[in-house]
Design a protein around this ligand. Structure first.
Ligand SMILES: [Zn+2]
Length: 334
């Protein structure tokens, strides 16, 4: 029988319809990564002139093309960097434009390697760069929240094959981020505990959906109310309040856990398209105390299209029980 499960982070329900799933390997997907080099790619070394002016980089030496990680503005930004202009009509049609940033972090110089293929230490370095960008973006007065994410494969929204992260700084707080903040604050007021710590404690105690249990500085598990088959959550262990202020060891540990988790998914499922989302803090206000909040990452493999129920009602049907997903991901070589 299908089971309704509540996601406490978003306070919403998912239908786990595990009897509709086949074996985990039946969810394998045609590979999302490119099969061959692309001599037109603007993210490849040697084509630095083809991108907008560089924002930041980690280089081997002084030469322009010796970068290991490179940050540039998105050529087609989702939100403009010009000054914020608000039109609060008082009616139904409030709007605003500008006041944001949209940046791209190119993960590595190699066109053929995804984050899953990079050494754990390199993935940690990518997250260190992301941390630098989040800190920097919160110095822009109009930015209220930062949403970092990765699209891997065209069906998951990647318009360029060369592996990259995107970082969007927004002058507003997106709905899921607002809901998560509210749920975490509510839980903290009621119990004096943080929602993520409580969640990790339960996952570790039940030990049915865990993939890594903190021995390498990160906790990895398939969430109880996963909306997508093989959805994976990653947190530093011990958990950390603000991404921008987390110590280098925690950032490196989560980078490694992210690369390993992506490798497990790739080895099990044939490199499916997927999205990675970084649930980081909203803009810290001066003197603000936010003990309720903890950052984490989620991986959403895109193995099935979402349909009418998901779009219209917000309730997802997931045909792969997270317990089965975790068991298979835990056992696969990576
Ligand atoms: Zn490339």
């Amino acid at each position: 029988m299908a089971e309704l499960r509540r996601d406490p982070f978003l306070d919403r329900w998912t239908l786990i319809a595990a009897e509709r799933s086949g074996r985990p390997r039946d969810h394998r997907h045609a590979p999302a990564t490119p099969a061959k080099p692309n001599d037109q790619c603007p993210f490849c070394p040697g084509r630095e002139e083809d991108t907008p002016p560089e924002i930041d980089a980690i280089r081997e030496d002084e030469s322009v093309s010796s970068w290991r990680i490179r940050v540039i503005p998105n050529l087609y930004p989702a939100i403009g960097a010009d000054p914020l202009s608000e039109s609060l009509s008082g009616g139904l049609f409030d709007s605003m434009s500008g006041g944001g940033r949209h940046e791209v972090i190119v993960d590595s110089p190699d066109h053929l390697l995804g984050l899953a293929d990079l050494p754990d230490a390199h993935a940690g370095e990518v997250l260190r760069m992301l941390q630098r960008r989040v800190r920097e973006l919160y110095t822009v007065p109009s930015i209220r929240s930062v949403a970092p994410f990765k699209n891997h494969g065209a069906p998951a929204g990647a318009s360029l094959e060369h592996s990259h992260l995107q970082v969007v700084g927004l002058p507003a707080i997106p709905p899921y981020i607002a809901l998560e903040r509210e749920a975490a604050e509510h839980f903290h007021r009621d119990t004096g505990k943080t929602l993520l710590d409580e969640m990790v404690e339960w996952e570790t105690k039940q030990n049915r959906r865990t993939i890594e249990t903190g021995e390498r500085g990160a906790v990895v598990y398939c969430p109880f109310a996963s909306r997508f088959p093989f959805q994976v959550a990653i947190s530093p262990w011990p958990t950390q309040e603000r991404f921008a202020e987390s110590p280098p060891g925690a950032i490196a540990a989560v980078g490694g856990a992210l690369a390993r988790s992506l490798r497990r998914i790739k080895n099990l499922l044939g490199d499916p398209p997927l999205n990675v989302f970084f649930h980081v803090e909203t803009r810290p206000e001066p003197g603000e105390n936010t003990p309720a909040h903890r950052w984490r990452i989620e991986i959403f493999p895109r193995l099935a299209d979402i349909a009418g129920l998901e779009i219209g009602s917000g309730m997802h049907i997931n045909e792969m029980a997270p317990e089965r997903a975790a068991e298979t991901l835990r056992e696969i070589s990576f």
